[in-house]
Design a protein around this ligand. Structure first.
Ligand code: ADP
Length: 498
């Protein structure tokens, strides 16, 4: 029997997972990757290290499984998105550190693009809001700050890539320079309607086209590697969140997933039409497969699991994240307490950078358990707000929410989530949804799996949480939550002088 090799190129670790035909993890290997913070707000990685570590974990996995390249049907890649690499076409040497998605060094550059009035055009073409998060301003920065970079790029000597592009280029010994649609969609240079680099944006941002990779669909043989002792097709790729959406089987419009990590990442499949958001959500490519493209709406919650870490590390209310569940269940409600963990402002649908963390509704009887419970509930409320915005934008009603990520293990939170959004929460058994999505995209291309129906049948559900709350109760809780959000709003805004 052959296996699928999934490369999961994350921000803090490189992982390789070998999946069998039933979608079960056969072997996993993992190594950490260093992240450096050379200045306030700067986040960098060594692109060479990303590649070498990734190659090493792929070899680790094969060795551990006692398999060779000949046992691998195909490779699929899921990767940290937006991170930007530029390298020399001839030597393969990066011209500087990879600028990681979290890096804020180009924030002013992004502001300058907004001031030039480019937002409506960029939003319409790319589905994104202008932000330093996306690759475009990072690439501009490298072209301007690395000596000689612009001239070399214009002479065609330099190549640009997001992480999947960089890995594929290295896996093929420099033979293939391509990018996958969902990754390209995060560069802020890619037209999500025409599926090509956008000439107007390239001109406005002064990006030489010669350095850009060739866009390819997410599922399909895009290259071959012979680094593992046999020729293996690289047949699938997607940005990590989109890969998780695929791994969670959200193949139809209205299907959505939420990853509960440090923050939350929500994506909803909107089918073959991109939906423009009126609530500040991003419009993005989910994947391209079989000649069609699926689009998604994306929203994130800045502080989710991080609020639980805060209870543990700053307040000392709990010793482990898992303990939050026992405590939350020890009381019947929060007793009217709401925590709005707007520690870094609020994202969609509020977009209030001046909001700050707020705890309201306390009485003399409020105890530790109430506050812990309020913190867990805040993850569910914030998710509910993003989902409401998505459903309004898309005009599609959510059928169920698929969940993954560290905090999705919390049964109290999952039940409460189902209660406040009024649809079932589905938690799969395989929590490696990102890697699995990459494996599925590649496996479909080489007919390792025949169709998405077969993939759906592969999926085992760990637990479904059916909503139990009355509509009345839900409405009253959400109304009070929104009052609490108002209390948090604008708190840190610059005060006008009296
Ligand atoms: P990331 O990939 O963002 O590092 P993970 O998916 O590993 O995140 O999830 C870790 C986060 O989930 C942490 O913020 C942690 O506080 C939270 N978490 C983990 N287990 C639980 C739990 N049982 N209940 C609530 N939160 C949890």
């Amino acid at each position: 029997m052959k296996y699928m090799m999934a490369i999961d190129a994350g921000t803090t670790s490189a992982r390789c997972i070998l999946f069998d035909h039933s979608g079960q993890v056969h072997t996993m290997a993992q190594r950490e990757i260093a992240v450096s913070f050379p200045k306030e707000g700067w986040v960098e990685q060594d692109a060479r290290e990303i590649w070498e570590t990734q190659l090493a974990v792929c070899r680790d996995a094969l060795e551990r499984a006692n398999l060779t390249g000949a046992d691998i049907a195909a490779i699929g890649i899921a990767n940290q998105r937006e991170t930007t690499v530029v390298w020399d076409r001839r030597t393969g040497e990066p011209i500087g550190p990879a600028i990681v998605w979290q890096c804020r060094r180009t924030a002013q550059r992004a502001d300058a693009l907004k001031q030039r009035g480019l937002e409506p055009m960029i939003r319409q073409k790319t589905g994104l809001i202008i932000d330093a998060y996306f690759s475009a301003t990072k690439l501009q920065w490298m072209l301007e700050q690395v000596e000689g970079a612009r001239e070399r790029a214009e002479r065609g000597e330099l190549l640009f890539g997001t992480v999947e592009t960089w890995l594929i280029w290295n896996l093929t010994g420099g033979a293939v320079h391509c990018t996958e649609y969902s990754n390209a969609a995060r560069t802020m240079l890619f037209n999500i309607h025409t599926l090509d680099w956008d000439e107007d944006i390239l001109r406005e941002l002064n990006i030489p086209r010669a350095m850009l990779p060739r866009p390819v669909p997410s599922s399909g043989v895009m290259a071959e590697t012979n680094l593992f002792g046999a020729r293996i097709p690289i047949a699938g790729a997607a940005g990590d969140q989109q890969a998780a959406l695929f791994g969670q089987n959200c193949f139809a419009p209205g299907e959505a997933k939420n990853t509960y990590g440090t923050g939350c990442f929500l994506l909803m499949n909107t089918g073959d039409q991109p939906v423009e958001s009126k609530n500040g959500l991003l419009t993005t490519i989910a994947w391209g497969i079989d000649g069609t493209v699926s689009y998604a709406l994306e929203g994130s919650v800045f502080v989710a699991g991080a609020a639980i870490q805060w209870l543990r590390d700053e307040l000392g209310l709990i010793r482990t994240s898992a303990e939050s569940e026992t405590l939350a269940c020890s009381v019947e409600s929060t007793g009217g307490v709401y925590l709005v963990p707007a520690f870094v402002g609020l994202g969609a649908p509020y977009w209030d950078p001046y909001a700050r963390g707020t705890l309201v509704g306390m009485t003399r009887g409020t105890g530790r358990a109430h506050i812990v419970r309020a913190a867990l509930e805040s993850l569910a409320y914030q998710t509910a707000d993003v989902l409401t915005a998505m459903q309004n934008d898309a005009g599609i009603a959510l059928q169920s929410l698929k969940v993954d990520g560290g905090a999705s293990r919390n049964n109290f939170l999952m039940q409460f989530q189902g209660d406040v959004i009024g649809v079932p929460i589905v938690r799969p058994q395989c929590v490696e949804t990102t890697a699995l999505g990459a494996a599925y995209l590649a496996g479909l291309a080489v007919r390792y799996w025949t169709d998405t129906g077969e993939i759906r049948r592969n999926t085992t559900i760990d637990r479904t949480f059916l909503p139990e709350m009355t509509a009345e109760k839900r409405l009253s809780l959400l109304t009070d939550w929104h009052r609490a959000v108002q209390c948090a709003g604008g708190w840190a805004a610059p005060q006008k002088e009296k």
